[in-house]
Design a protein around this ligand. Structure first.
Ligand code: F6R
Length: 594
């Protein structure tokens, strides 16, 4: 989604463009920067990719301060007019904004009445004009900012410059924003990855904070006046090194084994594994797992794991449905929120609903400095490292591992003598990436297809859903998942000679039943691809158009061994079709709007 960079120091044009490039992975459709050059603010905006912006920004300027933005359109189409930065009518203020100003129409109407005119369709422009409105009433810059943010409803991370000041102004509410300092240079950003190579620590801004930074000092305010924020160490690892890989998606799939090792090491430390020690869970009667997209698929499997290990009633919800759905929530409910980014607006809204009802909240989160991570009662980091590709891969597998550990920790609290790490250790012992040549061959077959069905039962169905999502988002193939037993209740009508049906059958107890459902599809002309962890004798194998094998694990983390081949297949279909798997069309990495 949208990205913010601000900078005080030498060559801001270069630093801002470089920062925006680092934020590209989050998804955007236009970009822009504003530079304060002498007493002027110069604006550069371009539709589409950052290289379009690069073409119009001068190689060298004498500016020493600026703000930049990547925009993922919400209010108004993606064009140069709606691209940020936005400016006030007197061109004194230039601002970049992430989030949504919910009361922007009311502010606009008020400002219209005072004679202000608007050139864009954005909510952001009202903020620039509001700053001007207060400054024209005689307030200084920081008081104008204070008054402006007090008038805003909704979410915002703001980066602001003013042509009469050498300061970078900022404000944050429900949208991430960070600040870093190196010597007398300052950087503001919506993601700490912009600080890599610039600073060794950063300031995590919290909701309600606003302030300014100059070469000399950084001043933070909250609603009580000046306040302090302690810097945190910046530790991002080698996330941005592609090594020999062509794309982050494939690199991140191959990061999975290291991620599992990190999880074992981290939760192998007693205090990390004892996170629930201070909480009494004996009254908890139900557990609700909540997430979006891939994280929701992890929830489906996590709920099964918890039920299997504890017998506690566990169900899963898509976050956008959880927020408004008819649910029974109370202080005997535990709500487990799963999110890679920890910034997904629907998941954060679901958290607020859970909190209001008095439920005990748990986060299974990758980005440890994220909003969700900080807000939940207890957060379990998944230790996957930075995930850049839009399609979530290593984070999904890591979520499953940590959900399994979490279920083990709850079980240990209730029944003692359970080793929460046993399943993950067994997974690590057996883990491999499978026969990639087989996967590539299948990817070649599937690239031309647009009638792809995936069927399964139980955990196999949940993994099939995730496999299907990976193929949809990175290859744009119209693939759908069904419960194997449901095929004959309607969906069979879709099957014809052009159809490929992947049958997920990695559970011995129901293997025969699931394969029988595939036979029904085969009888209607469908080409059946078996996905299994069992050996078949030659005559049985002949029944299938293609077979993809994985290893048999014997615990619920079989799901990790099952998803890896499909992540790899999705990757190769995408590449075969000439799509950039790291940045599929229309999608954003972190969906910070509802
Ligand atoms: C799919 C994908 C999305 C995310 C979803 C939730 O590959 O990445 O479906 O899983 O937008 O995002 P997080 O996990 O950041 O809350």
């Amino acid at each position: 989604m949208c990205g913010i960079v601000g900078f005080i120091g030498k060559s801001p044009e270069k630093v801002l463009l470089d920062g925006l490039k680092r934020l590209e992975y989050r998804g955007y459709d236009s970009a822009g920067i504003a530079l304060k050059n002498g007493d002027d603010i110069e604006l550069f905006k371009a539709k589409g990719e950052i290289r379009n912006l690069e073409k119009i920004v001068p190689d060298k300027t004498s500016a020493e301060i600026g703000v930049g933005h990547t925009r993922w359109a919400t209010h108004g189409k993606p064009d140069e007019i709606n691209a940020h930065p936005h400016v006030s009518s007197d061109k004194k203020w230039a601002i970049v904004h992430n989030g949504i100003i919910e009361n922007y129409l009311a502010i606009k109407a008020k400002l219209n009445a005072f004679g202000y005119e608007f050139y864009s369709e954005t909510d952001t422009e009202t903020v620039a004009k509001l700053l001007e409105y207060y400054q024209k009433k005689g307030y200084d810059e920081i008081t104008s900012l204070n008054k402006t943010v007090n008038a805003l409803k909704g979410s915002y991370a703001l980066g602001i410059i003013n042509k009469n000041s050498d300061c970078l102004y900022f404000a944050k509410n429900k949208s991430p924003l960070f600040l870093a300092k190196s010597g007398d240079e300052i950087m503001l950003a919506s993601d700490i990855i912009c600080f890599k190579g610039f600073a060794k620590e950063y300031y995590p801004l919290v909701d309600g904070i606003f302030g300014f930074a100059s070469k000399e000092k950084i001043v933070f305010y909250d609603n009580l006046g000046e306040t302090e924020i302690k810097p945190l160490p910046l530790d991002l690892g080698e996330y941005d090194n592609l090594n020999t890989y062509k794309h982050f998606m494939i690199k991140e799939i191959y990061d999975t084994k290291t991620a599992i090792k990190n999880i074992i090491e981290y939760y192998g430390v007693k205090e990390n594994c004892d996170r629930l020690a201070d909480y009494d869970l004996s009254e908890i009667t139900k557990v609700k797992f909540v997430g979006c997209g891939t994280a929701y698929h992890a929830c489906l499997l996590g709920a099964n794991m918890l039920f299997e290990k504890t017998g506690i009633d566990a169900t899963s919800y898509v976050a956008s449905e959880f927020r408004y759905g008819n649910l029974s929530l109370d202080n005997k409910t535990m709500v487990v929120l799963v999110s890679q980014s920890g910034e997904t607006a629907d998941t954060l809204a679901a958290f607020e609903r859970a909190k209001e009802s008095g439920a005990f909240t748990v986060g299974i989160v990758n980005v440890e400095y994220s909003t969700l991570s900080k807000k939940v009662d207890v957060s379990f980091p998944i230790k996957a490292g930075v995930e850049i590709a839009v399609a979530s891969t290593k984070a999904f597998s890591s979520q499953l591992c940590v959900l399994n550990i979490f279920a083990g920790i709850v079980a240990r609290k209730l029944f003692k003598s359970v080793d929460p790490l046993a399943d993950v250790r067994a997974l690590y012992e057996k883990f491999d990436y499978g026969n990639v040549n087989d996967f590539k061959l299948l990817a070649d077959v599937l690239r031309y297809n647009d009638k792809l069905f995936m069927i399964g039962r139980g955990d196999d169905y949940c993994v099939a859903q995730e496999a299907c999502l990976k193929i949809k988002e990175t290859s744009y193939i119209n693939s759908n998942t069904y419960y194997a037993g449901e095929l004959k209740h309607g969906f069979l009508a879709l099957i014809d000679e052009q159809s490929y049906v992947v049958v997920f059958a990695t559970n011995k107890e129901i293997f025969g039943k699931t394969v029988c459902n595939a036979e029904e599809a085969k009888a209607r002309g469908g080409k059946i691809i078996l996905f299994t962890c069992f050996d078949l004798d030659a005559s049985d194998a002949d029944n299938f158009y293609y077979i993809i094998k994985t290893k048999e694990l014997g615990n619920s983390l079989q799901a990790v061994l099952n998803i890896i081949p499909w992540q790899i297949i999705a990757y190769y279909i995408s590449v075969n079709k000439g799509i950039n798997p790291d940045k599929p069309r229309n999608l954003a990495k972190s969906v910070t709007v509802e």
